[in-house]
Design a protein around this ligand. Structure first.
Ligand SMILES: Nc1ncnc2c1ncn2[C@@H]1O[C@H](COP(=O)(O)OP(=O)(O)OP(=O)(O)O)[C@@H](O)[C@H]1O
Length: 661
């Protein structure tokens, strides 16, 4: 098979240059015996073991049988001839196995990174892109360093909550502060047991000594909270339920809760959850994302756009929005005011506090800060001369104060949520948090807890199984197609590095599937669709719905849906292009194994990325959890003809596209 010559943009993109030595090794590898691992010299132990293994079993033995047989093997041949390296992450025996596996894999992973070279390429194939120096993570700062740099002291006193904590909703021993109506509602929504983050947060917000249940608390302002909890652990209900409980007693509709999220899809998802919680309360939920016309959105949010009202005007009690659209309304919608906010929720906080989003923060903070001096109340009148409600929030109002009375404080409680919460002192300071309380839902064991507080913990759900496979760049798509067909991986999200890569991989997969299906009658193709920002909004929504209904088996996606999206049926996540940092890894992987379900993440790592990916996973304490896979190249043989045809077609399409452009 002429992998080198038949390459195309898809397989070459981002590839590091291969020197002649490497090419030679690559060529040799094609013929090398089972057990020779990685890209390096034959591994003696590996060869012996594989020979032993060959004698002991046939390639198509059932998975369960092979796993039982293989307890003393480093490399385990799984169903299909995929080899599973590594074992259960817990237990000393298992740990020893994993270490041994890491060594075997190490022949690929320990290779020094390829350096960029000025030497002329002698390959007859199109030139590879030059490689860039691999990024190196700086060593994590110590607790004392962070404290010196201004790390929030409250963070060091964070409340650690075990991720295994659960609490029955009907537990009479704990006062959750929930109304009967809310209990019934939760029951109807299938929530009978509280997840850890909810068990920690609901009593704190609703019934404990720190709880504030008033709509305005100018004299006893509530504390802010920062919450980090793994993906799929129920953070939306953790803030949604207390918001609905506290706002439930309001009489006049005012904008009292604002939830900010990074994408439209997430806004829609959280809106649906909050609407279902608000059923029967009369509370009104709105969203602002720019999905509708400006004028229509303004009319949906603000009751009175004409009269100048100091206290603002609102048609919704709870608004869920993207940061850009929020700023548009703050700047351009008359009477859109945040002074009555009781809750400001920043979900996916670490994302929203990165530089690309951060500019929204100062404007929002200004909008929830009372003016100096406070405003004298004015009463506006309508066209008939009747007074209109123009209530300034208590902290905005200039009221006569007795000597020594503390000034009224804004009642807005900031709640920050993320699966990966930043520890950056600068960012945390910019939020102006009021006496913040930190909650960290963590799987950290005794002795690891201080570390979990100081370093950003990249916790993944306990029910997630992580796999990693080092593959040659030019065969990466074929390895993916093999997994899709033989494993089989379905109900899957496949993440690429960009919208463009998504489109390209999707095309290649389509060509591959049509060739494969045409070969024999009765074959069912993998039903896949692309999902990226290149698609119109309406189409994206329809695709997501079909995927949720199971009519689409595989979504090839950009990172647009790597955060927050909750699709319970996702059973697999594939990192087709490896994520650039651990945060992204955690969020992508977190699209599966949600709410206690099982799920698998598969990372296809190109040889030149292997060392760096290992460092990233090691640094985050994940390396031992990851099952290292090895797949003999020969298993790809039945699919190679279809792959070559697909590559050829893709090449034609792209050269045609280029000519037309
Ligand atoms: N107590 C509960 N009992 C049963 N299901 C729950 C409970 N709490 C939340 N869920 C469900 O768990 C799923 C994941 O919840 P949610 O989307 O809030 O996770 P998350 O922590 O925000 O994840 P991410 O960090 O990925 O955004 C949802 O389908 C939600 O309905």
């Amino acid at each position: 098979m002429e992998q080198e010559g038949a390459g195309n943009d898809e397989t070459r993109e981002g590839a590091a240059p291969l020197d002649d030595g490497k090419r030679e090794k690559r060529k040799k590898r094609k013929d090398r015996p089972t057990g020779e691992v990685g890209d390096g010299e034959p591994d003696d132990a590996g060869v012996k073991k594989s020979e032993k293994k060959k004698r002991r079993k046939t390639a198509d033995a059932p998975l369960a049988e092979e796993l039982q047989d293989d307890d003393e093997e480093e490399l385990v041949r799984a169903r299909s001839p995929t080899a599973v390296e590594g074992d259960s992450p817990s237990g000393s025996e298992a740990d020893a196995d994993v270490d041994a596996d890491a060594q075997v894999i190490g022949s690929v992973l320990d290779e020094p990174p390829l350096e960029p070279t000025d030497a002329p390429m002698r390959s007859p194939t199109p030139p590879y892109l030059p490689s860039f120096p691999l990024p190196l993570a700086p060593p994590a700062p110590s607790a004392s360093d962070l404290a010196r740099q201004g790390l929030d002291r409250a963070l060091l006193r964070a409340e650690l909550v075990s991720s295994s904590l659960t609490l029955p909703l009907s537990d009479p021993g704990v006062d959750l502060g929930l109304s009967e109506r809310m209990r019934r509602r939760l029951d109807a929504l299938g929530v009978h047991t509280l997840f850890a983050v909810q068990a920690a947060l609901w009593p704190w917000l609703l019934s404990g000594p720190e709880a504030r249940r008033g709509l305005y608390e100018p004299r006893r302002p509530p504390r802010d909270a920062c919450v980090s909890a793994p993906t799929g652990s129920g953070k939306t209900l953790a803030y949604g339920v207390p918001i609905v409980e506290v706002l439930g007693k309001r009489v006049v509709t005012r904008l009292r809760a604002l939830v900010v999220l990074p994408t439209r899809d997430l806004v829609q998802q959280v809106r649906e959850t909050l609407e279902s919680l608000c059923k029967g309360t009369g509370l009104r939920v709105g969203s602002a994302t720019g999905a509708q016309s400006w004028a229509k959105e303004q009319r949906q949010l603000v009751e009175d756009l004409e009269t100048k009202l100091q206290g603002g005007s609102s048609k919704v009690d709870i608004l869920i929005c993207t940061p850009g659209r929020l700023i548009d309304h703050l700047n351009g919608t008359p009477n859109f005011s945040l002074q009555h906010l009781r809750f400001l929720v920043i979900d996916e906080a670490d994302r929203l506090l990165t530089q690309s989003f951060q500019s929204f923060l100062p404007q929002v903070l200004a909008a929830i800060t009372p003016p100096t001096p406070r405003l004298p109340p004015q009463s506006a009148t309508d066209a008939d001369g009747l007074p209109v409600p123009d209530a300034l929030a208590p902290a905005w109002r200039d009221v006569p104060r007795k000597w020594g009375d503390p000034e009224a404080q804004p009642s807005c409680q900031k709640l920050l949520f993320s699966a990966t919460m930043t520890r950056d002192p600068g960012i945390l300071k910019a939020l102006g948090l009021r006496n913040p309380k930190y909650f960290m839902v963590t799987g950290a064991r005794e002795g690891e807890q201080e570390d979990a507080i100081v370093r950003e913990e990249f916790a993944v759900p306990e029910t997630l199984t992580e796999h990693l496979m080092v593959v040659p760049t030019d065969l990466k798509p074929l390895y993916l197609f093999h997994l899709l067909h033989t494993h089989p991986i379905t109900n899957a999200l496949i993440f690429t590095k960009s919208a463009e890569s998504t489109t390209r991989l999707m095309r290649l997969l389509e060509f591959f599937e049509s060739s494969w299906v045409a070969e024999a009658a009765g074959r069912e193709p993998v039903i896949a669709r692309a999902y990226s920002s290149e698609l119109p909004k309406g189409e994206r929504r329809a695709i997501l719905d079909q995927f949720k209904q199971g009519r689409i088996g595989v979504l090839v996606a950009s990172d647009l849906i790597s955060r927050g999206i909750d699709i319970p049926s996702v059973a697999h996540v594939v990192n087709y292009d490896v994520p650039l940092d651990m945060r992204k890894y955690v969020h992508r992987a977190g699209r599966t194994a949600r709410a206690g379900r099982d799920g698998d993440v598969w990372s296809l790592v190109e040889e030149q990325e292997a060392r760096w990916v290992r460092e990233m996973l090691k640094e985050a304490g994940h390396w031992r959890r990851v099952k290292k896979l090895k797949m003999e190249e020969s298993v790809l043989d039945p699919l190679k003809t279809h792959y070559m045809k697909a590559l050829e077609k893709l090449k034609q399409v792209y050269s045609k596209d280029n000519k037309e452009a």
